[in-house]
Design a protein around this ligand. Structure first.
Ligand SMILES: Cc1cc2nc3c(=O)[nH]c(=O)nc-3n(C[C@H](O)[C@H](O)[C@H](O)COP(=O)(O)OP(=O)(O)OC[C@H]3O[C@@H](n4cnc5c(N)ncnc54)[C@H](O)[C@@H]3O)c2cc1C
Length: 297
């Protein structure tokens, strides 16, 4: 049901993100690589379940390498922890004639949401199966096979392959036309980065919910390295704040929680009511931020 919209609500963009058409809180995890990491993941998930997420999405490794692990974690998570799963699926790694089988496996396991992504080809140039050129083609193909709810990615600071912002909007609209029902952002370090993109995207004709991807930077150095790879900018002021707590475990955690809460609160003030947390398979920070913001329902 949509929230009531009064005449003095601010902008169309704001109204759109205020409308509760789907998940308010979603989480993302990745398939662990060792037994110990997997045990840690299950304990984290039991705690994260208390936040009542609409679903937890499970990434797949570069080049579609970990699809089997993605499937196993998604299935086990639903059966064991009792939270709905979304499976990430990349074009990279899906060969001609394989999609129906992959989707049937997810459908039979009770998965009803797919994140349709392109993925990235291996940097060493080794050959990969790739029957679909981009996420738009993949989303369109999924829609023809089964009524999955389809999520896609977007990049508030534009994708490294994109020539300009307008292209980013065009791609997002194409994904929407291909059947995507919501889009999840790359992480960013300033609320304004997301909000400017959201407002411009809505003005350009994007109508599906744009959900901010929130990365609580527990390990700031690692987050900054990831940002470098995916084209997200890191403000100097933030670098200085984390530099000041280097080597101070508690200080670092507190700063991470405070910073992430600040950014989410700023988004919330501007009408954002759906948040996708990159939990990095840990519960503490996501739990702290979600509780501070009273996002858990
Ligand atoms: C929320 C989120 C989750 C992610 N999960 C994973 C994961 O689990 N595994 C993984 O390997 N990677 C993941 N990624 C990373 C993602 O796969 C890479 O960023 C990849 O480089 C682009 O994927 P995409 O789906 O955005 O690609 P696309 O949307 O296909 O865009 C890539 C480029 O293709 C072109 N393009 C796309 N559609 C069109 C069109 N209709 N017309 C013209 N050009 C077009 C554009 O130039 C665009 O810049 C994720 C990213 C995000 C933001």
């Amino acid at each position: 049901m949509k929230d009531a919209v009064t005449t003095d609500t601010p902008s169309k963009a704001r109204v759109r993100t205020m409308a509760r058409q789907g998940p308010a809180l979603t989480l993302e995890i990745f398939p662990p690589k060792s037994e110990r990491a997997e045990n840690n993941l299950w304990s984290a998930l039991y705690r994260l379940k208390s936040l009542n997420p609409d679903f937890v999405s499970v990434t797949c490794g570069a080049g579609g390498s970990s699809r089997e692990r993605t499937t196993n974690i998604a299935k086990t998570m639903m059966a064991r922890v009792g939270v709905p799963a979304a499976a990430h699926l990349t074009c990279v790694g899906v060969g001609e004639g394989q999609l129906e089988g992959v989707l049937a496996d997810y459908w039979d396991a009770g998965v009803r949401r797919i994140f349709a992504l392109r993925g990235d080809k291996p940097q060493d140039g080794s050959p990969v199966a790739m029957a679909y050129a981009n996420a738009t083609e993949l989303a369109a193909a999924i829609t023809k096979i089964a009524p999955f709810e389809i999520g896609v990615a977007f990049y508030p600071e534009i994708h490294p392959d994109s020539p300009n912002l307008q292209h980013e909007f065009d791609v997002l609209k194409a994904k929407q036309d291909a059947g995507a029902s919501s889009a999840y952002s790359q992480f960013f370090f300033e609320a304004g980065t997301f909000l400017r993109f959201r407002d411009a995207a809505v003005a350009a004709g994007v109508t599906i919910p744009l959900v901010p991807g929130i990365l609580p930077p527990l390990d700031f150095a690692a987050a900054a390295r990831m940002a470098n790879v995916c084209g997200a900018s890191v403000p100097d002021g933030l670098k200085a704040r984390f530099h000041a707590v280097e080597g101070d475990l508690l200080g670092n955690r507190l700063l991470s929680a405070a910073y992430t809460t600040d950014i989410c609160a700023a988004l919330k003030r501007e009408g954002v009511e759906k948040f996708h947390f990159y939990s990095l398979n840990q519960a503490d920070l996501t739990q702290a931020v979600v509780n501070a913001l009273e996002l858990a329902q």
